[in-house]
Write a protein that binds this ligand. Structure first.
Ligand code: C5P
Length: 232
């Protein structure tokens, strides 16, 4: 999944067009969605891309239910909420999807996943700033278990936590993992990272990669390089 973190529709579509035929999903996050809205999702869908709408909803259950209903109507393939919103909030997201299906406004249900802990969050930040005690992996697995209990299909986490999540929630529970950095790439603001190859060998289902592709002089070459490394 390529994180299409671009400031407007023109820049996003230019990049998406260069990655046509790669088989990659496009991840539409806050930067692009807040600028270009539902229209950019429809445009990318019409070009044949599968879409992960990464808006990380975190609000009271009633609001999340309505938000999920609107997202399901848009026809995205996957979207997410924050696990920190708790069980009833996550269940409300699933109810929103059901509302859209039952009213005939959505043809099929998108996958719904929960953010466990952002991949920019370090052990120190978790304990000292966010105020959650204990090991980061334990906090991630706790959120994954709650997401599973709420009926969500998976979680966003670091590739470093995939085996613990699968052990707790089953092999079929989807893991979507940002925090991917090819060897030698700029780490930026990420904290819990691995290479693409280590992530795949660790059992993740979907890699999310942004800047190593989107900030490259040639995004298609950067993607090609990563894909070659994975199949070698
Ligand atoms: O550029 P980079 O490869 O760091 O992009 C990672 C993408 O994944 C960003 O769009 C970021 O918002 C998203 N993401 C993340 N950590 C999460 C959830 C989403 O980095 N836990």
């Amino acid at each position: 999944m390529v994180a299409l973190d671009k400031p407007d529709a023109k820049a996003a579509l230019e990049l998406a067009d260069r990655l046509q035929g790669s088989g990659c999903w496009m991840k539409v996050g806050m930067e692009l969605f807040y600028a270009a809205g539902p229209a950019i999702v429809r445009e990318l869908k019409s070009r044949g891309f599968r879409i992960f709408l990464d808006l990380k909803m975190h609000d009271i259950p009633n609001t999340v239910r309505g938000g999920a209903r609107s997202i399901a109507r848009l026809g995205v393939d996957l979207f997410n909420v924050h696990g920190a919103g708790g069980l009833s909030m996550m269940r409300a997201a699933m109810e929103g999807v059901r509302d859209a299906l039952e009213s005939g406004d959505a043809e099929r249900a998108p996958l719904v996943i929960a953010v466990t802990q952002l991949t920019s969050t370090s052990q120190d930040v978790l304990n000292a700033e966010i105020g959650i005690p204990g090991a980061l992996e334990d906090a991630v697995v706790r959120y994954a278990k709650r997401a599973h209990e709420a009926g969500l299909q998976g979680v966003v986490a670091s590739p470093l936590e995939v085996s613990a999540i699968k052990a707790a929630c089953g092999a079929g529970f989807i893991t979507v993992t940002p925090g991917i950095r090819p060897r030698g790439a700029d780490v930026g603001d990420q904290s819990r990272i691995t290479t693409p190859r280590d992530a795949v060998e660790g059992g993740t289902d979907y890699l999310v990669i942004g800047r190593p592709i989107t900030a490259a002089d040639s995004p298609e070459k950067a993607l090609d390089h990563i894909l070659k490394e994975l199949t070698q």
